[in-house]
Design a protein around this ligand. Sequence first.
Ligand SMILES: Nc1ncnc2c1ncn2[C@@H]1O[C@H](COP(=O)(O)OP(=O)(O)OP(=O)(O)O)[C@@H](O)[C@H]1O
Ligand SMILES: [Mg+2]
Length: 295
Amino acid sequence: MHDSKIPRTNIDELTRLNESRPVKVVAVTGGKGGVGKTTISTNLAISIASTGRDVMLVDADLGLANVDVVLGLHTRFHLGHVISGECRLEDAIVTGPHGLQIVPAASGVKRMANLTLAEHAGLIRAFSDLYHRVDVLVIDTAAGLHDSVVTFTQAAHHVLVVVCDEPASITDAYALIKVLSREHGVQRFQILANQTRRHGEGPELFNKIQRVCDRFLNVSLEFAGSVPFDDYLRRAVQRQTAVVEAYPGSISSVALKNLAMKADKWSVPQGARGHLEFFVERMVGARIAPTTVLQ
Ligand SMILES: Nc1ncnc2c1ncn2[C@@H]1O[C@H](COP(=O)(O)OP(=O)(O)OP(=O)(O)O)[C@@H](O)[C@H]1O
Ligand SMILES: [Mg+2]
């Protein structure tokens, strides 16, 4: 347990330090299963961590875990233990490539997919009590429109919607954007085209989604880029490593590193937005010290 190893005074100092450090929170979502949310969030988090930022990756896929499987990590605790009170959030963190801090999800625990709103809120607040240094928090959400997806997405600053050029993925991404915007006040979305197979496919896919959103919804969409379909990515998954580590020169790795550079420039909102959100105390801190805001 960290408490027994780190003297109280140091914890207080670290807590104070963190309070003045705003955290950028990116939720990776997509509506449909299997579009590449875990692949994108894992490689995005590793790529940002490789630039020297302190990054945390949370596997919030509360039904079936997979970040730990994708990275071949052995974990003792997971989010399920945090919620049941068996361990604290910091005890569940495992370290991945480039010092990436990973919070694994519960594997196959049914109750985790049906958390109460109070339990979701408790989980989000637990992040505020962490004394780990974090610049960027990346959240890999579940497929579909579970309560957990809504809560984590609403609590994030940036919502990255992963879409593939197939009707079911487009329909599900649109349904997700519609529900999040109409019922939960999420208005800004970054669209990432994954598994593209030809030049220009990503922007075309983005235009398709933007046209229908412009017509029926009051949202603002941005094109975050394209990640091509890449066999090296599949090979990396089989080796239980991230493609940006195993095959850094592959086409998907280059695209994922570009995405990381873009995401690193996304701003952190100053001040709370009036609903449950991650690190809200640090945003209040950021208002006092605006020079510390990450650009
Ligand atoms: N750009 C890509 N090129 C080739 N294969 C890819 C690409 N992106 C994802 N995949 C493959 O697609 C499959 C699904 O990816 P992933 O597990 O990341 O999706 P997901 O959206 O997280 O799925 P789930 O909804 O089940 O959590 C994996 O086998 C992954 O290796
Ligand atoms: Mg996944």
